[in-house]
Design a protein around this ligand. Structure first.
Ligand SMILES: [Cu+2]
Length: 122
C-alpha cells in the first residue's frame, strides 16, 4: 500500500467487520466473548466525540453512541491495520467496535469533518 494514495476524508466504506460487531452487540452476546469489562462509552453531543481520546488494550472495545439530539452521525476508521464504518448512526443508536490489535487510530465522522476521536491501543 502506498501512503500517498490514502487521502483524507475519503468516502467511508462499509466494512464487514463492523457490521458483524453490530450484530453481535445487538444479540447481547459480544461481551462474553471478549472477557473484558463494558466497552468505553463515547458520546457525540454537540458534534464532538467525548472523550476525544481513549487509551486501551488490544481486545477492548468502544461503544459509539449517538446521543446528539436529532443529528445523524457516521463514525468510521480507515487505517491500513484496522477499519470500520458504522454507516449512518440515527439518533439514539449505538455501535460497539472492538480493536483487535495495537496501533494509533483516528476515528472520523463522515458527516461532520471536525469530529475526531483518537484511540491508542497497546
Ligand atoms: Cu457527526
Amino acid at each position: 500500500m502506498c501512503d500517498a494514495l490514502r487521502t483524507e476524508a475519503v468516502a467511508p466504506r462499509r466494512a464487514g467487520a463492523a457490521l458483524l460487531l453490530a450484530v453481535l452487540a445487538a444479540s447481547g452476546t459480544a461481551w462474553a466473548l471478549t472477557g473484558d469489562a463494558a466497552p468505553y462509552r463515547v458520546t457525540q453531543k454537540g458534534r464532538a466525540f467525548a472523550p476525544g481520546s481513549i487509551f486501551m488494550h488490544a481486545g477492548q472495545a468502544i461503544e459509539i453512541v449517538n446521543d446528539d439530539g436529532e443529528l445523524i452521525h457516521h463514525a468510521y476508521l480507515d487505517n491500513p491495520n484496522f477499519s470500520f464504518d458504522t454507516g449512518e448512526q440515527r439518533p439514539g443508536s449505538k455501535t460497539v467496535v472492538a480493536f483487535p490489535r495495537p496501533g494509533q487510530f483516528t476515528i472520523l465522522c463522515g458527516i461532520h469533518p471536525k469530529m475526531k476521536l483518537l484511540v491508542a491501543v497497546k
